[in-house]
Ligand binder design. Structure first.
Ligand code: GUN
Length: 289
């Protein structure tokens, strides 16, 4: 089974569009998402573009704050402060990565937790870990939603996560081991220092690949009948494309798919779900405000 993130994301966006129309009919304002984009990182530019387009599609307001690659940390902190204080903005994100001269953690910690729809602020990370109401980070939240809507239960399953990033690997491990469904899984978190990775990933009922390396997960890493969730967004040369390159995940899809009971494609899997989850967080921020 192909886990179709694109159509699931569009279904969620239709639900949100209806909820927006309902709010507007009740005389309430449209949810408003803002994004700060620093520099000209092509992938970041594309991701933010997708987020803004999705806002337009479902009737959210959006604001894009573009700052130059050479912006000072003080000026960026000032932009964050302005969005914190702007009552018309329900939630906002600072697209990562930031240029090397900026302390990323310092910027994240400057975001008001109640507007942190990316769920990156330590207050939201801590609340997530404790199972308290909070904004969940968008990619893990999108994965949970995709599993749920695809009828894939996680209770009692062995989930193996490869990659321990703060944005994906670490939070999805926490979320799937929490009490409740989705959750109640036995989670193993693997990373670059894991010894004999394949012997562990082959035990996975659900394998989540969040490494950031094209085609890292091969047929030898996957048990027959496993569910595979590919979080990777990588580009490899492809002379048959006009751009000269093609987007691939962390999983060698051609080799792995025949063994799986379900797998997410790249593109069209986790990526669109990340956008859906961000919009859901923004709707919640607006409903609360
Ligand atoms: N960079 C890669 N993924 C994300 C994300 O989910 N949010 C932000 N702000 N930056 C990212």
């Amino acid at each position: 089974m192909l886990l179709d993130g694109k159509s699931t994301s569009l279904a969620i966006q239709s639900e949100l569009a209806e909820a927006v129309a309902q709010r507007v009919a009740e005389g309430k304002k449209r949810p408003h998402l803002a994004a700060i984009l620093v520099g000209n990182h092509p992938a970041s530019r594309a991701y933010v573009g997708h987020k803004v387009k999705a806002c337009d599609r479902i009737g959210f307001e959006s604001t894009l704050v573009e700052l130059s690659e050479s912006v000072t940390e003080a000026a960026l902190l000032d932009s964050v402060r302005q969005l914190n204080e702007d009552d018309s903005v329900d939630g906002f994100i600072v697209q990562l990565p930031l240029p090397g001269h900026i302390d990323e953690q310092r910027i994240i910690e400057a975001i008001a937790p109640e507007k942190d729809v990316d769920g990156f602020h330590p207050v939201n990370v801590g609340r997530m870990t404790l199972g308290l109401p909070c904004f969940l980070p968008a990619t893990p939240a999108g994965i949970l939603e995709l599993l749920k809507r695809s009828g894939i239960g996680t209770t009692g399953k062995h989930v193996v996560v490869v990659g321990r990033s703060a944005i994906v690997g670490t939070p999805i491990s926490v979320l799937l081991s929490r009490s409740g469904e989705p959750g109640n899984a036995t989670v193993t978190l693997c990373h670059s220092r894991t010894v004999d990775l394949a012997s562990i990933t082959r035990q996975a009922d659900i394998l989540i690949a969040a490494i950031g390396k094209a085609h890292f997960i091969g047929e030898e890493h996957v048990k027959d009948g496993a569910v595979v969730v590919d979080v990777g967004i990588n580009h490899i040369p492809d002379a048959t494309k006009k751009s000269g390159r093609r987007m691939v995940g962390d999983v060698d899809f051609e080799a792995v798919a025949p063994k799986c009971s379900a797998i997410t494609p790249v593109p069209g899997g986790v990526g669109p779900m990340t956008i859906a989850a961000l919009l859901q967080n923004t709707m919640r921020a607006a409903a609360r405000g």
